[in-house]
Design a protein around this ligand. Structure first.
Ligand code: UDP
Length: 453
């Protein structure tokens, strides 16, 4: 049996492309031939991928250069957070347009894979691994008569809850309590199912297609490790062919190499565990009252801070920058993984995107959680209740005093750090020799080899 050739096709969004890139590197280092196919938007967001990937043995980069429909205006994945609930307005993003546009590229993907098969001095593809957000790729794999696997980018807990919520027309309190207990959350936690989202027929349909799609997959790959989400992984394994391969998070810092040096050299000059790092990921955009209250809360905490503000500081309260500049740095983008690794970081103020959460877990950094949309409220509950390495901003109304209080509680909490260190060790051993994720990678390599033509 020769080495297998796998095509990887990520959903074209920063938080989906980067873990899939990590998967590509792992598979290539274990001897598989890997072609990493990036759709147009992913290619635009991370242009330096081409060079980076083509330098790695066994790895090739391919660009699915089909344009995004221009008919519906400029495409933005930004989710604006501007009302006092502190939640993002998901309607402001073009995600549904992107979904439709991608699905219309099915034959283009099939053609690209067929052309690549003939062009390289590599074995033919035997497997397509696609993001679970694109269940339609199953039919492409079927036409090419190759195996189809999916990569589920959010947490295993989220996957479990989605399968449960979609199995019922209306969730009731009893079902919710049961699910909470099963995954190790307090029975009273109410927002785990993200019900408002599921009541919207369009969103329900999208999530349903995603979960239904996974049922066709030969293997479902999860970006987690077994010990991190033990209960959810065990429950899912009863019904789905899942394998946890994570934590797949190393960051890329590809967006701005100058920012890499600047933020890290600033951190080098700070005392250990003294800095509050604030970032809301690649999509959430804080504006108006939420941004103002966050700024006042940070200011009154008196903590020195590194704040990623993609707007560059627009909308901050008057005089905020001048009053805090002796103890702060505001940047548009930083190499987050390296920032979290830095000894100067004391706590992470996060929107709880799954990649950010995993990156903090790997480094054992305590978290202050302000979820804005999607799976983030669930991630917050897991951080607070299950791992107990952070605390969330409570209540519907965002308020500076509340924010100041939570920052101080988290920064001064030695237990959060201790538990964080234990989780960090467990995360690192999962991918180390003989760890659960390492073993799952070995299993995956065998599966791929068996499917080789
Ligand atoms: N990120 C980064 N630099 C920044 C802000 C974010 O490298 O200044 C990375 C972060 O490390 C993470 C990703 O962007 O890997 C964000 O993904 P996440 O799932 O946390 O949130 P999303 O952007 O999907 O909302």
């Amino acid at each position: 049996m020769g080495a297998p050739h796998v095509a990887l096709f990520p959903f074209p969004d920063h938080g989906h492309v980067t873990p899939m890139l990590q998967l590509a590197l792992h598979l290539a280092s274990r001897g598989a031939y890997v072609t990493f196919i990036n759709a147009e938007l992913g290619h635009q967001q991370l242009p330096s991928f081409t060079e980076y990937l083509n330098q790695t043995a066994n790895l090739k980069y391919a660009h699915l250069s089909v344009g995004i429909s221009a008919l519906e205006g400029p495409l933005t994945l930004d989710v604006v957070v501007s009302d006092s609930s502190g939640l993002g307005n998901v309607e402001s993003s073009s995600l549904p347009v992107l979904h439709r546009s991608l699905e219309s590229q099915s034959s283009a993907l099939e053609k690209l894979l067929t052309d690549l098969n003939g062009a390289q001095n590599w074995p033919s593809f035997s497997c397509l691994i696609s993001d679970a957000f694109m269940p339609w790729t199953a039919s492409v794999a079927q036409k090419l008569q190759v195996s189809w696997m999916v990569f589920w980018t959010p947490s295993a807990t989220r996957f479990y809850l989605s399968t449960k919520a979609l199995g019922h027309k209306e969730m009731n309190t009893e079902l919710q309590k049961l699910a909470n207990i099963t995954i190790g959350l307090s029975p009273e936690s109410t927002d785990v199912f993200d019900l408002s989202r599921l009541r919207n027929p369009h969103r329900r349909q999208l999530l349903m297609a995603r979960v239904e799609g996974t049922k066709m997959a030969d293997v479902i790959l999860l970006n987690t490790f077994d010990a991190l989400e033990e209960e959810a992984v065990k429950e899912l394994a009863k019904d789905f062919p899942i394998r946890s391969l994570g934590p797949l998070c190393f960051g890329t810092g590809l967006k701005a190499s100058k920012a890499n040096e600047e933020s890290l050299s600033w951190l080098d000059r700070q005392a250990p565990h003294s800095i509050l790092y604030i970032s809301f990921g690649s999509k959430a955009m804080l504006q108006g009252r939420p941004l103002e209250q966050l700024a006042f809360g940070i200011e009154s905490s008196n903590m020195p801070f590194l704040w990623v503000l993609r707007s560059g500081g627009e909308g901050l309260p008057e005089g905020f920058v001048e009053r805090t500049e002796a103890r702060s740095k505001i940047m548009k983008w930083v190499p987050q993984k390296q920032v979290l690794e830095h000894r100067a970081i004391g706590a992470f103020f996060t929107h709880c995107g799954w990649n950010s959460v995993l990156e903090a877990v790997v480094e054992g950094v305590p978290m202050i959680c302000w979820p804005t949309f999607g799976d983030q409220p669930t991630n917050k509950l897991v951080i607070e209740q299950k791992w107990r390495i952070g605390r969330g901003i409570q209540g519907g109304e965002v308020d500076a005093e509340n924010i100041r209080q939570v920052i101080q509680d988290v920064v001064g909490n030695a237990e959060f750090r201790q538990r964080g260190s234990l989780l960090s060790r467990s995360a690192k051993s999962a991918l180390g020799q003989g760890g659960t994720s390492d073993q799952n990678f070995k299993f995956l390599m065998q599966e791929l080899a068996v499917r080789e033509h």
